[in-house]
Design a protein around this ligand. Structure first.
Ligand code: SF4
Length: 272
């Protein structure tokens, strides 16, 4: 199987006006928060530790799969753990926005959790038949599924891992989470669906998708979860993204009071 992919850096693709799956999800979570963060550019009061932890685990997995891609061998576990610890140190050293820890946690316990998680991952984590690309950037035009009109804002992002496994190209997203994803999320999360149509711009038509889930907590289990997606799911994701872009264009930013308020870094700007 000869998969061909483009190599423009993500930073170059992000130069112009664009959207991303994470921005669309941010709007879905709370339009008011989206407005405060992305339209008004207000800095958050804090960053949840989960964001820094997730970034550091991603850095370690990047090291893992780059070595597999380049040599066919896993790097030593100490290299994964060092990549994680280095990124955590960078996150902790950023004094511009304070990090908020969960109850009972501090920098030491979080680092220990990551080190244990990566030791387990080194033994049991997903090893594909072949790594094609790591952190693969993409930029794809968005067409309104109803009218066919191509929007002037492209979708830009990076796929964590493009691999060949059991005879198919698979687009893998690494996730760290406190608990398993529910069936609705596995079936309808727009990220894998939108990556499937983005894959066509990378000449990866026919690819499939998967989540690579690293769970926090006892035993730090890791799960490779193949996902089921159809053309209808790609269209649904396009409908969602275009609807969100239209709402933003029309400045429809309403508050969604709910679970996200608990750790929201924009409470003051929102009005408490
Ligand atoms: S506090 Fe709640 S409603 Fe206000 S911006 Fe944050 S998430 Fe939205």
């Amino acid at each position: 199987m000869n998969a061909i992919i483009r190599t423009e850096p993500l930073a170059a693709l992000r130069q112009g006006l664009h959207t991303s799956v994470s921005q669309v999800k941010a709007f879905q979570t709370c339009g008011k928060r989206y407005e405060i963060q992305y339209v008004r550019g207000v800095p958050p009061s804090h960053r949840p530790i989960a964001l820094s932890f997730g970034s550091a685990v991603h850095a370690a997995l990047e090291t893992f799969y780059e070595r597999l891609r380049d040599t066919g061998e896993k790097p030593p576990v100490e290299e994964l753990q060092a990549a994680f610890a280095d990124r955590m140190d960078v996150e902790m050293a950023d004094a511009s926005i304070p990090i908020r820890f969960d109850d009972g946690q501090d920098a030491g316990t979080v680092k220990g959790q990551g080190i244990a998680m990566l030791a387990n991952y080194h033994q049991k984590g997903f090893v594909p038949d072949r790594v094609i690309a790591v952190e693969q950037p993409f930029a794809v035009d968005l067409a309104d599924p109803e009218t066919g009109q191509v929007l002037d804002i492209p979708l830009i992002g990076a796929i964590d891992l493009v691999a060949e496994h059991q005879g198919r190209v698979v687009l893998v997203e690494h996730k760290t989470a406190a608990r398993r994803f529910d069936a609705i999320r596995l079936r309808h999360d727009i990220q894998p669906s939108s990556y499937l149509f983005a894959a066509k711009s990378l000449q990866l038509a026919g690819a499939t998708t998967a989540f690579n889930l690293l769970l926090k907590g006892k035993g730090t289990p890791t799960e490779y979860i193949p996902l089921s997606r159809t053309r209808a799911d790609e269209i649904e994701a396009l409908e969602t993204i275009t609807a969100v872009l239209r709402a933003i264009e029309s400045q429809i930013f309403f508050r969604t009071r709910g679970w996200a308020c608990g750790d929201c870094g924009f409470k003051r700007a929102c009005g408490g």
